[in-house]
Design a protein around this ligand. Structure first.
Ligand SMILES: NC(=O)c1ccc[n+]([C@@H]2O[C@H](COP(=O)([O-])OP(=O)(O)OC[C@H]3O[C@@H](n4cnc5c(N)ncnc54)[C@H](O)[C@@H]3O)[C@@H](O)[C@H]2O)c1
Ligand SMILES: [Zn+2]
Length: 339
């Protein structure tokens, strides 16, 4: 399956014909309010909005059922198109709903959060949460195109900008010294979010997904910082604390860097420079050390693990990520105390 190309919103009307096709637009209340009219300017003609509530709690089967009902009610045929206009929640459930309706209609991702622009909208992973399990049901199906319009970020709250920026830091570390240096010199994150810089960052994920769509091997490196990040999110949920995914990943990257120094001889002063930068942008949750036990216990459940070993993605150097590095709970626990 070829990787989806990225186009600018100005080019969208070359690919979608609102006269010939029924075009549905999945939005949540925020993306409808702030972004739908911009899409309509670039894609004049009839667009049928499907509106859902905002938030991770909507990423479930009930919402997918609602989307299918709307498609059926409006007589969507095989040539209908679904545009996912929103953050990662919208692209995850919209991508799944489109890929399963009539065994698959084409869909476009138009990400409106930074996290979705650089991560969720790219790479074809779709799905929803079921029971207490995140992303447990889903399929991999690439969108027709990913449509980039950094202007959507103007209405995005600051906390969500910083949230998505964590994935940009991750991509830069995977990519190499040049992009990492650019990121480390950022003082104002919003100023950095130009079309060129966002595109350069997306390319890191795209290249990897192109080589390993189904995460058999190489794609695992995109989990850099995520072993610990997911464990932090789990501990937050268990203890009723609120943390965004990117905020947890940022602290996951800090632990990953110290582990990389300990296990793969990653250069210590390089690591500390990056850690200082991350700490400047991500304040430490007051409860982080308090729930150390929960976080370490959660590591055992991480999807990348085999038996009792914790498989982490670590850096041998910037631009040289290694997956399946076997670490123990004790090793991570020791590093944890140092952050
Ligand atoms: N499929 C993948 O590969 C992948 C990768 C990373 C994350 N994800 C998923 O993405 C989700 C997180 O994505 P997210 O952070 O974008 O969350 P989100 O979709 O909940 O969006 C965050 C918030 O921003 C609001 N919003 C969206 N665009 C806006 C805009 N332009 N202006 C103002 N507000 C706006 C939304 O209404 C929401 O309140 C998670 O469910 C995660 O599992 C998927
Ligand atoms: Zn992530």
């Amino acid at each position: 399956m070829p990787v989806s190309s990225i186009i600018h919103i100005r080019q969208l009307n070359k690919y979608i014909d609102t006269q010939e096709q029924k075009v549905f637009v999945l939005c949540d209340s925020n993306s409808y309010k702030h972004c739908f009219h911009i899409l309509q300017e670039h894609l004049p003609g009839s667009l049928i909005p499907i509106k859902v509530k905002t938030g991770e709690s909507q990423k479930n089967l009930v919402t997918c059922t609602y989307i299918w009902e709307q498609l059926i009610k409006n007589k969507a045929q095989k040539d209908a198109v679904l545009i996912n206009l929103g953050g990662g929640v919208i692209s995850d459930i919209g991508g799944f709903s489109a890929s399963t309706y009539k065994r698959g209609i084409s869909y476009y991702n138009i990400p409106t959060t930074l996290l979705a622009m650089v991560d969720a909208a790219i790479g074809g992973k779709t799905g929803f949460n079921f029971g207490h399990l995140k992303n447990i049901i889903g399929i991999i199906q690439n969108p027709e195109k990913v449509v980039l319009h950094p202007g959507f970020l103007e209405s995005l709250p600051e906390r969500h900008i910083i949230n998505g920026f964590a994935e940009m830091i991750k991509h830069a570390l995977i990519d190499g010294q040049q992009q990492t240096n650019k990121i480390l010199s950022v003082t104002n994150v919003r100023d950095y979010l130009t079309q060129t810089n966002i595109f350069e960052n997306i390319r890191v994920k795209q290249k990897i997904v192109h080589r390993d769509l189904h995460e058999k091997d190489l794609r695992k490196i995109l989990n850099l910082g995520h072993t610990i990040g997911h464990a932090i999110e789990y501990a937050a949920l268990k203890n009723k604390k609120k943390i965004l995914h990117g905020e947890a990943v940022a602290w996951g990257l800090i632990v990953m860097l110290r582990m990389s120094v300990a296990k793969l001889q990653f250069n210590q002063s390089k690591a500390e420079k990056i850690i200082d930068f991350i700490k400047k942008h991500y304040s430490k949750p007051a409860w982080l050390q308090l729930y150390r036990k929960d976080i370490l216990a959660a590591l055992i459940h991480d999807k990348k693990n085999t038996r009792l070993n914790i498989n982490m993605v670590l850096l041998k150097d910037i631009g040289d990520a290694r997956y399946n590095v076997v670490c123990t709970n004790d090793e991570i626990g020791k590093i944890w105390r140092s952050i």
